[in-house]
Every structure is written in C-alpha cells, then in structure tokens.
Design a protein around this ligand. Sequence first.
Ligand SMILES: *Cc1c(COP(=O)(O)O)cnc(C)c1O
Length: 491
Amino acid sequence: MKKTPMDTLFETSRPGRSGFTLPDLDVPEVDCAGILGTMCRENSPRLPEMAEVDVVRHFTGLSKMNFSVDDGFYPLGSCTMKYNPKLNEMAARMPGFSRIHPLQPENTVQGALELMHSLGAMLAEITGMDAVTLQPAAGAHGEQTGLMLIKAWHESRGDMKRTKIIVPDSAHGTNPASASVTGFDVVEVPSDSEGMVDLEALKGLMDDTVAGLMLTNPNTLGIFERHILELTETIHKAGGLVYYDGANANAIVGKVRPGDMGFDVLHLNLHKTFSTPHGGGGPGAGPVGVKAQLVPFLPVPVIAFKDGAYHLEGQNVHPKTIGRIRSFYGNFGVLVRAYTYIMSLGPDGVRDVAEMAVLNANYLAKRLSALYPMAHKGHCMHEFVLNGGPLKAETKVTSLDVAKALIDAGFHPPTVYFPLIVPEALMVEPTETESRETLDRFVEAMETIVAKARQEGPEAFHDLPLTTPVSRPDETTAARKPILTWQFDQE
Ligand SMILES: *Cc1c(COP(=O)(O)O)cnc(C)c1O
C-alpha cells in the first residue's frame, strides 16, 4: 500500500495554535534591546504553531516511513547493517555514562576513563595492534587520522619525498578521498582476474615516493587477499607503511588479526562491526590502531593508568603527537555500546560473529548464484558481489530496477553499482544476526523479481517502488542541490 506524503510542520501550522501554556509572568518585563542591543532580533522566528498531538503524530508518521534493521532485512554491502542488541543501548543510557561532562575533574569520571582505557586495550588485542586512539568520529575520519600518522612518521625520519598513497581499484571511495584530503597523491593499483590486488602491478609501482598502501581485507568484493603477507612485505621493502581499512571487520573479528598480516595502522568502524546503529549521518566512531613505531604520534589526550587511577596525558608527555583530532575523547556513547557488545559476547562470542557472518554470506551466495553469476569465483567472506550485467543484457532490467522492486517486497536493497569494477553490481552483506528463514525469504523475493523481469520486461519496473511516499527521486539533483529547509517564499 502506498504511503501518502505528509504535510510539513510549516503546512500543518495554524496561527496562534500552541502545545503548551506558559504561566503568567511574575517578574518585571525587560526590553530585549536593553540587554542584547543590536543582537536582539527584530522579528520573532517563524516557527510552526501546533498542538502537542499534531507534533507527536508528525514525528511518529515520519518514523514509520523509515526503514531500519529493527524493521527488516537490510543487506547493504560494505555497510554491515546488523541487529544491535538493546543491552548496549541500556548501558549507554546509564546516568553514570550519559550524565557526565567531559570537563569534570578526572577523579569524578574514573569509570568512564576506565571504560575507554579497557576498550582501547580490547580493540588492540582483537586487531593485533600495540595501541588504539578512540578519538576519530567516523571511518573516514579514522582514515585521515591514520594517514596523518603515516605522514608524521615519514617526516620524523626526514623522508620528505613520500607523496603517494596506493589504493586498489576496488577500494571504498573514502580511501582515495582521505588520502587526497591528507595531501597525498593517489595512485590506483588494478585487481587481477580473481578480484585480488595484482601483485606484479603493485611491485611495478614501488619506488621511494610511495608513502603507503591502503587495503581492505577481505576486500570490497568480499574476497580474502591470499597473498596478503607478500603484499605488505612489498610495501615495507620499499620503505612504505600499510593501512588497513577495517570498517567492516565482521569477517575477521576473533579469527585473524590485521596486525599479524603486516599492517601498521588501521581503523575500525564501531558503528558497523561493534554494534552502534548507523545511517543518517552519525554519531559514529572510527578508532585507529597502530604498531609500536607509530605510538608516539597518536592524538592526545591519551588515557594512562598510573598510581591506581586513570589520567589524561597531553602534548607535554607526547611531544610527537599529531595533536587533537576531535573535541574531548570522541563519541563516548558509541564507545560504551562497543564495550558492552564485546564484554557481553566474550572471546567465543566475538569469534561466532565472524563465523556466522561468513556462513550466512556463503549460504546466500550459493542460493543466489542460481539467479545471478557471482562477480568472482570461490568462497566469499562476509559479503559478495553479484553481476547484474547478464540479466540486463537478457531483459533490459537493471540492478537499479531490481533494487527498487526489493523495496516493495519489504527488503532494504543491497548496495548497487559498487564496487565500480563490476558492471551492474549488487553487493550483498547479510550479517550474522539473520536467521535462515529471513535469508530464504530474501532468495524467494529475488526469484520472483528475476522471473518478473523475464516475463514482463523493463516496463513492469519503471514505476517501482509503489509502496513509498516518493517513488524514484532524481538522485543526482537530490544529492547535488538538496533542499533541506522550508522555503518561506513558496507560500
Ligand atoms: C563505511 C566504510 C568506510 C567509511 O566509514 P564512515 O564511518 O562512513 O566514514 C570506509 N571504508 C569502508 C570499506 C567502509 O565500508
């Protein structure tokens, strides 16, 4: 059933209507201009005027138009939309965590400092790194922090010619963007026919201007780089460092460690792998882990345990630091959720996450390969990419059409048209939290859609989805020229 578009707050507004009544003024009235002078506004702000019930209905209505993991299956590849246990929310809302202020004296927030100190240690153990900073507020922010560390390390050695960061052609878009923002030149290395980094091509790029390589493993095709030790050694031999994009660590947590694969620096997305709901722009956390040689450069403040208490140490103790990269200590609530998630699962539970995530992905890949060719052969890790090219050639129905049809079937579509090296890509990541029944229902929906494509052709898809308030927005205009505020002049 089609959801009707809702009126905005401004359209619902009626002059003089109000949701509350203020008590009569029992102090003398003061002229605003007398206090604020020219800062006093001349006209009242044009706020919507509404009754409480209409405000509640408005926001409840909006919330029902949303699709979330708590609503249904959300197999968005390279994004790990998994179910986040409510226990973590409970912990983050405990007053001892939620009602404290970052400027409180250290001795009154020992619990919060201990939590961050332990979380850093646990993440270091899980990734095989020597130390972790929790400051970065997102994955891309973590990438930038890691690249700043790589830059600071080369510069501290007087090695100023290293201007290049190598990025595979299958990489997440944030990788080249972060390298460029940090002042590096981006050099692309191609993938081979098996979807892994072309080792010979990589060797051909090595010289003394290479600062490092950024790599995801398993990569964005869901494939584990079998030659990983040779890859990292190639960079090290040339004097570079290797960055691990650990945004999606679902396939490896508790099983293999980037630190043991030869990586020097990495970030994790706590809001993907470690159970914070994400989407809509935050808040997130992208902690960065480093090997010993990069520890002196980490952002400050650093939490240290000395004389029986936790302390914050700054620039004076860490003279080589790249400085502070976010206000205070990062998004603390996200850190509490990650801590609770790891502690409630324990080491065996964390390993189960990886095993179930990989099992679910392989089950789904196997069943869907009856409908679509897989982009690459062999087992996948936590996600896989389907090639929508043949279906388009046969029926003119594109992966975008299939994605829109899935919305009407009650599923969030997979990632489409990424990675860029697979035409009509459909990138599916089921995650460990889904049952076999859910995966089977998704396969049935895909079977129905492919059958419809063959029987009815592309015209049957042009108006889909039918169940949303807006069917097919012009995505380019929506992204380039978004109108996010009420335009009073259209009244
Ligand atoms: C999500 C993701 C990122 C970026 O994370 P943000 O928190 O959105 O900045 C980087 N790399 C990969 C592989 C990702 O999947």
